[in-house]
Design a protein around this ligand. Sequence first.
Ligand code: TYC
Length: 114
Amino acid sequence: MRRDDDEPRNPGGDGADNDQGVAVKSRSKTKKPSMYRVLMLNDDYTPMEFVIHVLENFFNKSHDEATQVMLHVHQKGVGVCGVYTYEIAETKVNQTMDLAQQNQHPLQCTIEKD
Ligand code: TYC
């Protein structure tokens, strides 16, 4: 059945009147999505310039940011490329690993819950 257009809905559900003008409390239906970190792992073979290229092109880093993240991973063994919803994190990992494989670099990325 069609809902009346002149009855404003209560999208936030933050407490409002019902159709008899009685105040009712309702829970918000909106939920923040879980967020996931994309981690990059160091290895001995992937060229530094390739890692910087990946960080600039798939993770939207400036050249300076990309260089800092790459050097962090190189020195510490692992670093965060960015934090995203699951689908976006998964897409970025796939883009990175596909390009690395095409270029025969062993670069590895993983996802972990934020
Ligand atoms: N350790 C690599 C080298 O010396 C560079 C590198 C940095 C590789 C970060 C992977 O995630 C990485 N060429």
